[in-house]
Write a protein that binds this ligand. Structure first.
Ligand code: MOS
Length: 724
């Protein structure tokens, strides 16, 4: 089915299941620890051996020799796959450094061997006996040093460069100007479940039970990496303990498990050990950002520019922190540009709203700084500069955009009127207290997605699709969609996900999963409606589904009478989207306390007011936004991979030294959804919301810290050493 908007489906006039707060149907499995994660799937295939991945001990250079003798003789060892005896493999469209390195080392902890043994402990002990000699080369590890030689990105998530009017001239002549730099550090996904795979060969057929956000991408890249046809590969990933972008693409666990299983001639399970993950897998690259804003005397923005410099290994895009600036704030003369320079650090890639999450940490603090220069309230300054159409492409209309409402309603709920504009003027005992605000934007992309819906002959239905649930609630919103479309109670719908044997879905990434995958299920239900109508000899336009029955043309037939009827459907999105700017928007608010003696920063409360289309399940959507706000607290106050600029690796490569927020860091969070269905987004008028939650609270926190103390920190994270 091709969707060309606007959607006016009748099921949306009085939805009974969609839009209702619904507990996650996989919740009990998750909270009781009985949802099996990849490494725990002991039952899927017998005789599983353990693989242990060894990472390179240098960042750049060559392996001159690997002595495998002792390891081969170690107790329990079955096989060793080693870089000196193998061609490098594992480059694909999705990652540039080979996942299994060969002799040439592209980054620190790149996989150079996998030892297979009867137990995990034996595999690990044997791996420690491998002696590797290297010929190291000098590498480039310092972004600040090489940023001036950066070039415009070649691809990436957003426009590498966007120009409208003459920014330089208008900025030069502006009455009030801001020109400021901000930096964000390298960051790691740090999801709970490490990357893990069980691989088994059956002749030339490979099955991987793994943890992956994008089943079909995973199948495609394994086929190209291993040089086998796609139809010989099955990828299965029904439960995922967090992805955050780190599992959008197959990693070394899948490739090494497949190669090791071949060498060992039996199934092999591989988990990337936590201390390996930070350097072996991808991360969010650091950014240097420059924001320039020029206004007239009344605060109307006339010129705005946002530039970003980041680094990555050869051939890979950087972190484009400028993307949101093309959608935000009026101003006829504008420019954004994202530059990337070559670094020999581990490969950077998507993490938690790539681009826009760090982008707000520059733009939305600059807006706060400009408002202060103008003597304006930062909410009023934003509202004064709300554009009528997409500012970088004025011919694109907003489908639905309620950012002003988000800011106004948020301000009222948060008690913004009590904020003191003058920094450091409110205290509570030893705490200096401040409030901050930020606007939030995240794109609302949708992509092709398919599903199969089958009646079970007993009055229930089953949905199958290769969609994944990364802890976000996909099972539940998919069940809600099928229940709504078929007139069934939720309990009558079962959902099976994450298997490449099922129709290809959107997968989970870029905030497109919820909107796209439910649209695919809707398309399958519409196909099923047609088959049912045909079977009953009635016009598909006239049938309704209610209480487990089909009603139409004077007939009422229970679904259980229809046998095992099934249909597959796919949603595709037409060209109409080019004419619209379809996004999600938020007003983010934060209150912090800063200890006047130690500089310790404590978040006191946070609020997000979100405009993100029809909210399919307010309960799980709220959980997503709360999780994202927590990640924003991490990004602003804690998270930072420390780069060793001599040896080229991330020093703090475990969860003891890479700090993430815990419950005690976030005392109070509130999320409000505006009821803003978007008929141009999907047939269900839905959009994603999870990543919107990390786009902006960062700047709201930073702005609150400034309001509390008068100290403006432009180098994230804002740790207490920068406060004193
Ligand atoms: Mo998300 S970082 O696009 O999985």
């Amino acid at each position: 089915m091709e969707f060309n908007g606007p959607s006016q489906d009748a099921i949306l006039t009085d939805p009974k299941v969609i839009g209702k707060s619904t507990r996650r149907i996989d919740g009990p499995l998750k909270t009781t620890g009985t949802a099996p994660y990849a490494y725990e799937r002991h039952d899927v295939v017998p005789n599983q051996a353990y693989g242990y991945v060894l990472g390179a001990g240098i960042a750049k250079g060559r392996i001159t020799a690997m002595n495998l003798e002792d390891a081969r003789k170690a107790p329990g060892v079955i096989a060793i796959v080693a870089a000196t005896e193998h061609e490098p493999v594992g480059s694909s469209d999705f990652n540039h450094a080979p996942l299994f390195g060969g002799r040439k080392i592209a980054h620190y902890h790149q996989a150079i061997a996998c030892v297979v043994a009867e137990t995990f402990e034996e595999a690990r002990a044997a791996a420690a006996m491998i002696r590797t000699s290297y010929e190291p080369e000098d590498g480039t590890y310092d972004l600040a040093k090489v940023a001036p030689s950066a070039e415009l990105e070649k691809g990436g998530w957003g426009d590498a460069r966007s120009d409208r009017g003459d920014f330089e001239a208008t900025f030069g002549a502006a009455a009030e100007k801001l020109d400021q730099h901000y930096t964000t550090p390298d960051e790691s996904h740090a999801m709970m479940e490490p990357m893990a795979t069980i691989a088994a060969w059956d002749g030339d057929r490979l099955t991987v039970w793994t943890s992956n956000q994008m089943i079909n991408w995973g199948k495609e890249s394994l086929a190209s990496i291993l040089s086998i046809p796609e139809d010989k590969i099955r990828v299965d990933s029904p439960y995922i303990g967090g992805g955050f972008g780190g599992k959008l693409f197959v990693r070394a666990d899948a490739v090494m498990a497949a190669l090791a299983a071949k060498a060992a001639k039996r199934p092999v399970k591989v988990m990337l050990q936590r201390p390996l993950i930070f350097n072996n897998t991808t991360h969010r690259p650091a950014t240097i950002q420059r924001v320039r804003i020029g206004t007239d005397k009344q605060g109307r923005i006339q010129a705005i520019a946002h530039e970003c410099w980041s680094g990555n290994i050869t051939g890979q895009d950087g972190e484009n922190a400028t993307a949101q600036t093309n959608h935000m704030y009026a101003g006829d003369d504008r420019m954004t540009a994202s530059y990337v320079t070559q670094l020999d650090l581990p490969e950077g890639n998507a993490m938690r709203a790539p681009g826009e999450a760090p982008g707000h940490m520059g733009l939305e603090v600059a807006i706060d700084e400009m408002a202060e220069k103008l003597g304006m309230d930062p909410i009023e300054f934003r509202i004064l500069n709300e554009p009528k159409t997409m500012p970088a492409h004025p011919d694109r209309k907003f489908s639905e955009r309620h950012l002003v409402r988000c800011l106004r309603e948020g301000g009222e709920r948060f008690g913004w009127s009590k904020r003191q504009a003058k920094p450091a003027s409110v205290s509570d005992g030893r705490w200096l207290v401040g409030m901050g605000v930020s606007a939030g934007f995240r794109g609302a992309p949708t992509t092709k997605s398919a599903a199969r819906v089958a009646l079970d002959g007993n009055g229930g239905a089953k949905v199958t699709t290769d969609m994944t649930d990364i802890g976000t609630g996909s099972y539940t919103i998919i069940a809600q969609t099928a229940a709504e479309c078929l007139g069934l109670p939720l309990e009558k719908v079962s959902v099976v996900l994450g298997d490449s044997a099922f129709p290809v879905s959107s997968g989970s990434g870029g905030q497109w999963g919820a909107a796209s995958s439910t649209a695919g299920v809707y398309a399958a239900c519409i196909e099923l409606h047609r088959s049912i109508a045909q079977k009953l000899g009635i016009d598909p336009q006239t049938i309704r589904f209610e209480d487990g029955r089909v009603i139409g043309a004077g007939k009422t037939v229970p679904l259980s009478d229809l046998g095992q009827l099934a249909a597959t459907g796919e949603i595709d999105f037409g060209d109409y989207k080019k004419g619209y700017d379809i996004g999600t928007y938020a007003g983010h608010f934060c209150e912090v306390g800063v200890d006047r003696y130690t500089g310790e920063i404590r978040i006191r409360r946070m609020l997000a007011v979100c405009d993100a289309g029809r909210i399919l399940n307010p309960l799980s959507a709220r959980s997503q936004v709360i999780g994202a706000m927590t990640m924003a607290a991490g990004a602003t106050l804690m998270e930072e991979l420390a780069v060793d600029k001599r040896f080229g690796y991330f020093v703090n490569h475990d969860l003891a030294s890479y700090e993430v927020p815990v419950h005690a860091d976030i005392p109070h969070q509130e999320v409000v959804f505006l009821d803003t269905p978007d008929p141009y987004s999907t047939p269900l008028q839905a959009k994603g919301v999870g990543e919107l939650g990390i786009c902006g609270p960062t700047a709201a926190i930073a702005n609150a810290v400034y309001n509390a103390t008068g100290i403006r920190v432009r180098e994230y994270p804002i740790t207490l050493d920068k406060m004193i």
